[in-house]
Design a protein around this ligand. Structure first.
Ligand code: ATP
Ligand code: MG
Length: 463
C-alpha cells in the first residue's frame, strides 16, 4: 500500500511537518520514505533528496518503522542514542486510511541530548553536594562540639570552659549530672576537643549483663568460650585505643570488675579473654554518673582506688531548674533547629508558654525540653499554627498555672518572716485546693504532704 497525496495537500503537509521541532519520518507499507522533515535533515545529517522515495532501511538499518509496519504496533518514548553523545526519545505508530487499511508508519524522534547533559550535570552536582555535606557535617561535628553546648548561666559557662581546657590534657574526667543534663554531649565534646586520633567509644555500664562485661571490655580470643566468635573480637578498650572510652553510668559497673579496670589503667595494656598476649593501649577515660559516687565509695559499692583514678577531674552538670536563664535560650535554639529540620518558618513561643517553662521543674532536664519543643513544633505544623499553643503541651505542663505566682514584697517584711511564710503557705494550699476541686487527697499528693498535715493546715487557716 502506498500513501498518495495530490500536489496541493502534499505541499501543506510538508510545510507543517518542516515546522515541527521534532524529527518526523513517514514511510509507506513497503518502507519507502514518503516524508522526511527539515528537523530530520539537520538532526540525522541526511538530505531529503537522498532518502525520499528510497527504502528507509538503506539509510537507517535500525529504525523502528519496519517493526511498526510488520507488527502494526505502536511504540512510545523509547530511549535511543543514534550517535555518540546524542540522545533521543522515539515514538512510532502505524498509519491507517479511512477504511482502516494500513498505509504506512510515522516516527518521531525528540532530541533530549540537552536534558541528558543537564541531568548528568545535576547528578554530578548532587553527588559532590552530598560529599561536601558529609565533609561539612564531619568537621562541624568535630569542631563545634563545645560550641554546641550553650548556656547563659555564669557558673555553667565557667564549667564548660574549664572542661574544654581540661580536654586537651590526658586527665580522666568524671561527669556528674542528672539525666538529660548533657553528659554524653560533654563526653563527645571532650573527645573531639582533645585532638586524640583514635575513636570515641561509648559503653553503657548499666546496659551490659554482668557475665558479658569482661568480653565486651577486654575482648576475647577465637574459641575462648562457647558461643564466642571463632575469629575472636577486640574489646572496647582496644577499639578506643589512642582515643576516648566513655564509661556511661559508671556507678553500675560491677564491683567484681572494678579492680580489673583499674589494673588496665595502671598497667597500660589489656589481655583478651583466652589469651596471654599483652596489647598496649593508651585510652583516655571519661566517665559519667547521675549517682553520688562518693557515697557509693563510702558504702563500699564502688572501689575507692578506681574512684580516684577516674576522678582526676570532676565536672558537675547543673540541672536545668537551677539555671532558669537557659530554659529560654535552649527552647529557642531547639525551636530553630527543629523548624529547620522540618523546613518550616520559625514559629513563635509566646510568653505564656515560656512562663510555664520557667515554673516547671524539668526532672528530665535538657532532653525533656528538647522533646517538648519537638512535640510543639510538630503539632503547630499539623494544625498550621504560627505559634505554640498551651494545648500543644503535655497535660502535666498545661496544669501549671502561671498566675499562681505569689508576689513577695522584699522591701517590707513588717510582719516578720514567720508570718510571711505562713501567708505564702496558706495561699499555696488554698490555690491548690481550688485547682483540684477541693479534693484533699489529690491536693495532699500534689503538695507532697501527709493528708493529716493538710487537714491540720486547713483547720488552722480556716480554708
Ligand atoms: N547545654 C546544652 N546545649 C545544647 N544541647 C544540650 C545541652 N545539654 C544537653 N543538650 C541536649 O540534650 C539532650 C540530652 O543530652 P545527653 O544525652 O548528653 O544527656 P545525658 O546527661 O547523657 O542523659 P542521660 O543521663 O539520661 O543519659 C541531647 O539532645 C543533647 O544534645
Ligand atoms: Mg547519657
Amino acid at each position: 500500500m502506498t500513501i498518495k497525496f495530490n500536489d496541493e495537500n502534499k505541499e501543506v503537509f510538508e510545510y507543517i511537518l518542516d515546522n515541527i521541532p521534532d524529527a518526523i519520518t513517514v514511510v509507506d507499507t513497503d518502507l519507502n520514505t514518503v516524508f522526511f522533515n527539515k528537523t530530520s535533515e539537520e538532526y540525522f545529517d541526511v538530505k531529503k533528496e537522498d532518502i525520499i522515495g528510497k527504502d528507509l532501511r538503506d539509510v537507517f538499518p535500525s529504525s523502528l518503522l519496519p517493526k511498526v509496519i510488520e507488527s502494526e504496533k505502536s511504540f512510545f518514548d523509547i530511549y535511543n542514542s543514534p550517535r555518540e553523545k546524542t540522545y533521543t526519545i522515539i515514538s512510532a505508530i502505524p498509519l491507517y486510511d479511512k477504511e482502516g487499511n494500513l498505509i504506512g508508519g510515522l516516527s518521531r524522534d525528540r532530541d533530549i541530548t540537552e536534558y541528558v547533559k543537564l541531568s548528568d550535570v545535576l547528578s554530578k552536582t548532587q553527588n559532590s553536594l552530598a560529599e561536601l555535606e558529609k565533609e561539612l557535617s564531619a568537621t562541624v561535628n568535630m569542631e563545634s562540639y563545645f560550641s554546641n553546648i550553650i548556656s547563659n548561666n555564669a557558673e555553667f559557662i565557667k564549667r564548660i570552659n574549664l572542661c574544654k581546657n581540661i580536654s586537651r590534657t590526658p586527665m580522666n574526667i568524671l561527669l556528674n549530672g542528672e539525666s538529660g543534663t548533657g553528659k554524653e554531649l560533654f563526653s563527645k565534646a571532650v573527645h573531639y576537643e582533645s585532638g586524640r586520633k583514635g575513636n570515641f567509644v561509648a559503653v553503657n555500664c548499666s546496659a551490659i549483663p554482668e557475665e558479658l562485661f569482661e568480653s565486651e571490655l577486654f575482648g576475647y580470643e577465637g574459641g575462648a568460650f562457647t558461643g564466642a566468635n571463632k575469629k575472636g573480637k577486640p574489646g572496647k578498650f582496644e577499639e578506643a585505643n589512642n582515643g576516648t572510652l566513655f564509661l556511661d553510668e559508671i556507678g553500675d559497673m560491677p564491683v567484681s570488675l572494678q579492680p580489673k579496670i583499674l589494673r588496665i589503667l595502671e598497667d597500660g595494656y589489656v589481655t583478651r579473654i583466652g589469651s596471654n598476649k599483652k596489647i598496649e593501649i593508651d585510652v583516655r577515660i571519661v566517665s559519667a554518673t547521675n549517682k553520688n559516687l562518693k557515697e557509693a565509695v563510702n558504702d563500699g559499692s564502688f572501689r575507692k582506688d578506681l574512684y580516684y583514678r577516674l576522678n582526676t577531674f570532676q565536672i558537675g552538670l547543673i540541672p536545668l531548674r537551677e539555671r532558669k536563664e537557659d530554659i529560654v535560650l535552649l527552647a529557642n535554639k531547639f525551636l530553630q533547629q527543629i523548624c529547620m529540620e522540618n523546613r518550616m518558618n520559625i514559629i513563635e513561643i509566646p510568653n505564656e508558654i515560656l512562663a510555664i517553662f520557667k515554673r516547671h521543674s524539668w526532672e528530665g532536664n535538657v532532653r525533656e525540653l528538647r522533646n517538648i519543643m519537638q512535640r510543639c513544633v510538630l503539632l503547630a505544623k499539623e494544625s498550621n499554627n504560627e505559634k505554640i499553643l498551651v494545648e500543644f503541651l503535655p497535660d502535666y505542663l498545661q496544669e501549671i498555672n502561671i498566675e499562681e505566682e505569689i508576689s513577695i514584697d522584699y522591701d517590707s517584711f513588717s510582719e516578720g518572716i514567720e508570718d510571711y511564710l505562713e501567708k505564702i503557705e496558706k495561699e499555696i494550699i488554698s490555690k491548690t485546693l481550688a485547682r483540684f476541686n477541693y479534693n484533699k487527697k489529690k491536693t495532699a499528693e500534689h503538695l507532697r504532704m501527709p493528708r493529716s498535715n493538710l487537714y491540720y493546715k486547713i483547720e488552722k487557716y480556716g480554708l
